[in-house]
Design a binder for this molecule. Sequence first.
Ligand SMILES: *[C@@H]1O[C@H](CO)[C@@H](O)[C@H](O)[C@H]1NC(C)=O
Ligand SMILES: *[C@@H]1O[C@H](CO)[C@@H](O)[C@H](O)[C@H]1NC(C)=O
Ligand SMILES: *[C@@H]1O[C@H](CO)[C@@H](O)[C@H](O)[C@H]1NC(C)=O
Ligand SMILES: *[C@@H]1O[C@H](CO)[C@@H](O)[C@H](O)[C@H]1NC(C)=O
Ligand SMILES: *[C@@H]1O[C@H](CO)[C@@H](O)[C@H](O)[C@H]1NC(C)=O
Length: 498
Amino acid sequence: MLRAVAGSSAAVLGALAVALFLLLLTLARDAALPARNRYGLVFDAGSTHTSLYIYRWPAGKENGTGIVSQVEACSVQGPGISSYADNPAGAGASLKPCLDKAMEVVPAEQQQETPTYLGATAGMRLLREQNSSKAEQVLAEVAKAIGQYPVDFRGARILTGNEEGSFGWVTVNYLLETLIKWSFTGTWSHPPAEDVVGALDLGGASAQITFLPGTPLSDSSTRALLRLYGTNYSIYTHSYLCYGLQQALKMLLASLPQGNSSSPQISHPCYPRGYQENTTTAELYDSPCVQAPSTASPAESLTVTGTGDPAACSAAIEDLFNFSCGANQSCGFNGVYQPPVRGAFFAFSGLYHSLHLLNLTGGQPLSVVNATVRQLCNSSWQEVQEKFPTASSRQRRDACAASSYTLALLLHGYSFDRSSWPHIHFVQQVANADVGWTLGYMLNLTNMIPSEAPQRVVGLQRSSWVAATVLLTIILILTFCLLTAVCCQKGSSGYERL
Ligand SMILES: *[C@@H]1O[C@H](CO)[C@@H](O)[C@H](O)[C@H]1NC(C)=O
Ligand SMILES: *[C@@H]1O[C@H](CO)[C@@H](O)[C@H](O)[C@H]1NC(C)=O
Ligand SMILES: *[C@@H]1O[C@H](CO)[C@@H](O)[C@H](O)[C@H]1NC(C)=O
Ligand SMILES: *[C@@H]1O[C@H](CO)[C@@H](O)[C@H](O)[C@H]1NC(C)=O
Ligand SMILES: *[C@@H]1O[C@H](CO)[C@@H](O)[C@H](O)[C@H]1NC(C)=O
C-alpha cells in the first residue's frame, strides 16, 4: 500500500520535474537572447576634479527602479574645469582620455543614441561670480570637446545648488528603491515615507543637505517639489556655497592670525605638530570665499607651522560658522532656515572620505568618533605619516582639519546630535553605483523617473519565474512527503523485526 503511494508520487514528481526542466530551458533561452542595452554619460565637473560616469540599462525597461547600473567611473586627470579659467581650451582637452574610454565601453552602434551631459557645480558657480565671461568660455570649450565625439550631447551647464542637492537625494533613494519597490511577482508598491532617506553631500566648494521634513517648510527658497512615480515629495534642500571641504579649509587658513612681524607666519592648530610649509598671500586669498584684508600685499610669503592642538583647532573651525538664527526659529547656520533633521541620512563624497581615512565609517558611536579625531589632531607630523602610509601628503596634512570640519558641519552646522548620529550612514556607493548627483540628473533629464505611477506590470518573464518557483515548491513538498512515506515504511518494518 505505502509502496503504491510512493510509486504514484514518483510518477507525479517525474512529470513535474520534466515540466520544470522545460520551463527553465525556455527561461534560459530568453535570458540568453542578446538584451539590448542603452547607455548614458554624465560628467561631474566638480571644483577640484572631474569624473565621467558611464551608466547602462536594458532598453525598454526605463521606468523600473534599480534598472540603471554604473558601468564605469573615469577620473579626469588634472584639476577641476574652473581651474582652466585662463586656459579654457585646456579644460576641453582634459576630458578627452575619459571620452576615449567611454567610446571603448559603449558599442559603436549605440554611441549616436547615448545621451551625454556635463554638469558643473560650485567651482564653476564661484568662477561665474568672479568673471562670468570666463565661466562661459570654459563651458564652451568643454562642450566643443564633447561635441567632437559621436554621442547625443545634450549640453554643458552649471547646476544650481538646489538641483545639486535634489539630484543627490533622488540618486540615493533610487538606488535604495525607497521611492517605489518592485516585488518579485512584478507588482509594485510605494514604500512608507519613513523609508525615504536624506542626503548629505560635501563637495570641494559647497555642501548640500536634503531631506523630507516633518513639517511644512516656512521658507520656500529651500523647498523642492518633486513628483516621482505618482507621489509628491516636498523636500528641504540647501547648498552652502564656500562650505565645501577645500574652500572651508581655505577660509580656515585665512582666518588664523598671521602675527605682525615683517615675515608673517601662521600657526595652524589643525596641522600636525612639526609640519611646515610656505605659501603666499596671493594663494591664501585667491578665492571669492575668503576676503583679503586691504593691507595684504600679494607677493608676501608666509610660513605655516602646524601646532597639533585639538581644542584650538575645533574652536577655529567653529568660528567659520555663524550660529545665530536671526529671524528664523530653526536654522542650519549663517541664518539659513532648516527644519530639524529627521529620519535616516546617507552621507557621501567628502563626508565619507574624511572619516573613511580614519576608519570611522563603520557605524562607530559618536564618542568613539570624537575621541579618534581628537587623538589624531594631537599628533605630530611623524606620527601622521606613519598612521597613513598610503595617503598623499596633502591628505596627511589635512586629515585632522577635514575630519574636524566634517564633525563641526554635521553636529553644529546641521544640528545632528548623539541620538540622531547613528542614523547617518557614511557611504561611497549604494548598489555598486557611486552616490552623487549625476545619476539623479540623468534619470531626470531622460525622463526615466515617470511622474505617474507605472501602468505596465508583470513582464512575461516575471510570471514564468513565479510559475517555476511554484512548481519547484510543489516538487519539494512532494519529495518531502515521498521521503517521509519511504522512511515510515522502513521504520515500521524495522519495528516489526524487533
Ligand atoms: C514609462 O512611463 C511613461 C509615462 O508613464 C510612458 O509614457 C512610457 O511609455 C513608459 N516607458 C516604458 C518603456 O515603459
Ligand atoms: C573677465 O575675463 C575676461 C577674459 O576672459 C577679461 O577680458 C575681463 O576683463 C574679465 N572681467 C573682469 C570683471 O575681471
Ligand atoms: C550672524 O547672523 C546673524 C543673523 O543671520 C546676523 O545678524 C549677524 O550679523 C551675523 N554675525 C556675523 C558676525 O556675521
Ligand atoms: C584602518 O583599518 C585598517 C584595516 O583594518 C588598518 O590597516 C589601518 O591601520 C587603520 N587605519 C587607522 C588610521 O586606524
Ligand atoms: C525633473 O524634470 C522635471 C521635468 O521633466 C521637472 O519638473 C523636475 O523638477 C525635475 N526634477 C528635479 C529634481 O529638478
